[in-house]
Design a protein around this ligand. Sequence first.
Ligand code: PGA
Length: 236
Amino acid sequence: MKIVTFDTYEEMSSYAADIYEQQLKDKPDSVLGLATGSTPIGLYKELIKRNSQGRISFKDCITYNLDEYCGISPENEQSYKYFMNHNLFDYTDFKKENLHIPNAYDGNYEQAGRQYDAQIAASGGIDLQLLGIGLNGHIGFNEPADFFTKETHVVNLTENTIEANSRFFDDIKDVPTKAVTMGMYSIMTAKKILMVINGEKKYNIFKEATEGKITPSCPATILQLHPDVIVLYSKI
Ligand code: PGA
């Protein structure tokens, strides 16, 4: 596990974008595992800039997002689909048909989860997986538990996560209580993993994830077992 710390969020975001630039140089048709949340926004802005400058192209990339809230329509601005369109996809040369987000709106989510894993496998697996981390150590929406869940699955969000995500909603009562998330298998079989962490309040979980005992009660600790992980942390 490689750990790099930064003085500012901007420096961290630019360093993260360098990793994408290198990845796309090495493999222009990379399969990218993408994440939502506030931390990747600086990275996405930098990727949009570099894409518009012609430094990088996503036209041959395939993407798989980590997770999606249950029961929120993809057009709803709280959906992660909306987030991805408005923070990255709409301003870059990704091809719409190559973009995947777990179906958590209609149909059988469990079945949709299995299909999602099959699609990832059919794409050759994820080359570069982007992760944030929750204050409780979740990655994607793999919440602290007694065991690591492997497949894409439905989760009940913890109170801690609902509280943390309520900042994006008018009322905490509007925060969905369930989500569909990629499981540990898809995350851990990614060839390379990039985790971005920002803010003083995430310092303790950053330390626990990178140095603590490996346990499903802090899901991010499992990353210590992956052969190619880079963790970026900026205090401000
Ligand atoms: P944040 O959250 O990037 O919005 O801080 C990440 C997460 O909870 O996974």
